[in-house]
Design a protein around this ligand. Structure first.
Ligand SMILES: C[S@@+](CC[C@H](N)C(=O)[O-])C[C@H]1O[C@@H](n2cnc3c(N)ncnc32)[C@H](O)[C@@H]1O
Length: 346
């Protein structure tokens, strides 16, 4: 039986180090008493190989410099990560856990390799790290993923333990019943890979839900789109993801919303780049806006399409058609630096 963090640590270890080392981990109960393993695995899943010898970097081996663990608790996983990474930055919200981690680090002489930040991971700016590992309460999965993938600092990959249903939603493709706005937003900037399911019976004590390990990589190339505009657009489209776009955008409420946005843009004197403020403040012109919306949808073949079945390429195309017609979705009155995690998941 493995507890939640032990399970994740085993999977993380396998991803980083390969099967050979994993087997050694499975058979190692105590971390402190364990001899130092040869950290090279024989299976290059991640195309990352960690070379322990300082100052030398063999051909084909990338040194894994920094790892970040979010929600380290008492540090079971942290200590496994310290075997694989030169430095670990752990972010823990609970002061008591932070004290435990710091004194464990001091006892083991690992203070220079382990930085423990006492903070809410959702509220701080992440430092530059190679690998992100998180075993957090499932309730903050959505904002955490959004913060990671839309954050400013690049990372090589994130290996995360999620509730199984949440993992399925992240992995879903257009047409799948689980496909939703979160998947659309995440897939704009990242690739998501299923690693393994973890049964609730593998945990002690047994929780109510099954889990899955998921790996996320930032995309090398991200589409050239204003993210605020994209988030606002997907929020409007996926409000009722199985409704046709025609039915969604013809709703009086939506037309009023878009009309008010254009009015606000006019009042704030926001630049008219892309035609966002091309409507006058007259209430009568709301009908014109509705007609324009329908025309954009019809002329581009989207009126009868459902957002839950559209690829990101199709959604990006529709957004650009709307923008070219002078219809924009982002409220320019909102502060520019609004938490991206909130915007992407709200
Ligand atoms: C499921 S436990 C993880 C257990 C841990 N990996 C271990 O080895 O015991 C979740 C941990 O995340 C921490 N946590 C919860 N919300 C957090 C947040 N917003 N930021 C940072 N840590 C958080 C909790 O205090 C807890 O220690």
């Amino acid at each position: 039986m493995l507890n939640r963090s032990e399970s994740l640590s085993v999977f993380v270890s396998r991803l980083i180090l390969g099967r050979h080392f994993l087997l050694q981990l499975f058979h190692s109960k105590s971390i402190s008493g364990r001899r130092r393993h040869n950290l090279r695995g024989d299976e290059d899943i991640d195309k990352i190989r960690f070379q322990k010898t300082k100052g030398r970097q063999e051909e084909g081996f990338i040194r894994l410099l920094k790892s970040r663990e979010i929600g380290p608790g008492t540090g079971n996983l942290t200590w496994r990560l310290l075997e694989a990474c030169e430095k670990v930055v752990a972010v823990e919200i609970d002061k008591r856990m932070v004290e435990i981690l710091r004194s464990r680090a001091a006892e083991s002489g690992l203070e220079d390799r382990l930085t423990v930040i006492c903070s809410d991971a959702l509220k701080i700016e992440f430092p530059r790290v190679d690998l992100v590992v998180a075993n957090i309460p499932y309730a903050i999965s959505s904002p955490l993923v959004a913060k990671l993938v839309f954050g400013m600092n690049p990372f090589r990959s994130a290996t995360l333990l999620f509730q199984k249903e949440f993992a399925r939603r992240l992995l879903a493709n257009p047409g799948d019943s689980e496909f939703n706005r979160l998947a659309v937003n995440v897939k704009l900037v990242a690739d998501v890979e299923f690693i393994i399911d973890v049964s609730k019976r593998d945990f002690l004590p047994c929780p109510k839900v099954d889990s899955s390990v998921i790996k996320i990589w930032p995309k090398a190339r991200v589409p050239d789109v204003d993210l605020h505009e994209w988030w606002a657009f997907t929020r409007m489209c996926f409000g009722k993801k199985n409704k046709t776009l025609g039915a969604t955008f013809k709703q009086k409420k939506k037309v009023i919303e878009l009309y008010q946005l254009s009015r606000r843009s006019n009042e704030d004197g926001v630049s008219d780049e892309g035609g966002c403020s091309s409507f006058s403040c007259s209430g009568v012109e709301m009908n014109l806006l509705r007609e324009k919306i329908v025309w954009v949808l019809k002329s581009n073949g989207f009126e009868d399409k459902r957002p839950s079945k559209l690829s990101n390429e199709e959604l990006l195309h529709l957004l650009s058609c709307f923008n070219q017609a002078g219809i924009c979705f982002h409220d320019h009155a909102e502060t520019r630096d609004t938490n991206s995690a909130l915007l992407a998941t709200s």
